[in-house]
Write a protein that binds this ligand. Structure first.
Ligand code: CP
Length: 345
């Protein structure tokens, strides 16, 4: 596999390898000069058909910190407004020969389709209600930083599961990392049969105290064509995570953007238990790790701190850090075999 389309395709080993690479990139991010030449000469195209603050900015920053060239494309203001289809837009932009396309769309399955239309590595940056794999990876990274191990943790995902691609990716990722996952929300917002993903379902927050981690989800009103709850006030009465419901020992996560006063009270958003801004920060190093996995060839430089590399790789790193191009042979780099090794199925 040479794309990142869903968490379903990643086994635990692959998740751990990306998280561990992200930890090394976090060391780079602490330096005064936060850039490495690992993807010099490669091109990353950010193709966004939907609003985004966190994902878009962190993918751009991640690619730039790896020294890749970055092209940002937003559907608004483009020929999409004149009726150009997703396929024709992808074929048109592929003429610029991007090495990777980071794609955010409101359509489930769009990333998979695009992966059939062009040669670039495709990174799913959120496809409708389906999946948001890099969000799940950055959440695993954040949890590991704050809790050490994820094995055995009780994680409650609270809110609008039905419209949430984050919920789907995170259930899979947290389960794969050994956590016990419980979903809680109104029956209208919990898809029937979702227990098959290996999680429990509750329709109230009575047992929330047992959670080590509370992961709140936004009410995705833009994806609702009808009223799924009687009113936001009633929803907040029953399901809002607030200081009354959250224990001081519990970690609070949210993928953002937060609707203050709806799924979370303002006081818990601003509390020390909330790691919401840490999740955003993790987005950069985790997305660096994903782009590196997909695009770096075997001789390009991993961040310093890796101790188990061969002399050849260390020499290549030294050369690249000294200014030589990765893959200095002039031959086009092949896709990293590492991501293929780590995929399930
Ligand atoms: N969490 C997330 O995907 O946020 P954005 O929509 O701002 O990218």
């Amino acid at each position: 596999m040479r794309h990142l389309l869903s968490i379903e395709e990643l086994d635990r080993e692959a998740i751990e390898r990306i998280v561990s690479m992200a930890e090394r990139f976090a060391e780079v991010s602490e330096r005064p000069i936060k850039k490495v030449p690992a993807l010099r000469g490669r091109m990353v195209l950010n193709l966004f058909y939907e609003a985004s603050t966190r994902t878009r900015s962190s993918f751009e920053l991640a690619a730039k910190r790896l020294s890749a060239d970055v092209v940002n494309f937003a559907a608004s203001g483009s020929s999409v407004e004149k009726g150009e289809s997703l396929k024709d837009t992808v074929l048109t932009l592929s003429a610029h020969r991007p090495d990777a396309i980071v794609l955010r769309t409101p359509w489930a399955g769009a990333s998979e389709l695009v992966s059939r239309w062009c040669d670039a590595a495709i990174v799913n940056a959120g496809d409708g209600k389906h999946e948001h794999p890099t969000q799940a990876l950055l959440d695993v990274y954040t949890l590991k930083r704050h809790r050490g191990a994820i094995d055995g943790l009780s994680i409650w995902i609270v809110g609008d599961v039905a419209h949430s691609r984050v919920a789907r990716s995170n259930i899979l990722a947290f389960r794969r990392m050994g956590a016990h996952v419980t979903l809680a929300g109104p029956p209208t917002l919990i898809p029937r049969g979702i227990e098959q993903l290996g999680c429990e379902v509750r329709f109230d927050l009575d047992g929330l105290g047992e959670a080590d981690v509370v992961y709140a989800l936004r009410m995705q009103r833009e994806r609702m064509s009808e009223a799924w709850v009687p009113s936001l006030r009633e929803y907040a009465d029953c399901y809002q995570v607030n200081a009354r419901r959250l224990k001081p020992s519990q970690l609070l996560m949210h993928p953002g953007p937060v609707n203050r006063g709806v799924e979370l009270s303002g006081e818990v958003v601003d509390s020390p238990q909330a790691v919401i801004t840490a999740q955003v920060g993790a987005g950069v190093v985790v997305r660096m790790a994903v782009l590196y996995e997909l695009l770096a060839d075997a001789s390009s430089p991993p961040p310093q701190g890796q101790r188990d590399r061969s002399a050849d790789v260390q020499a290549a790193e030294a050369a690249a850090l000294a200014g030589a191009l990765p893959g200095a042979s002039g031959k086009p780099a092949e896709r990293s075999p590492r991501i293929a090794r780590g995929q399930a199925g």
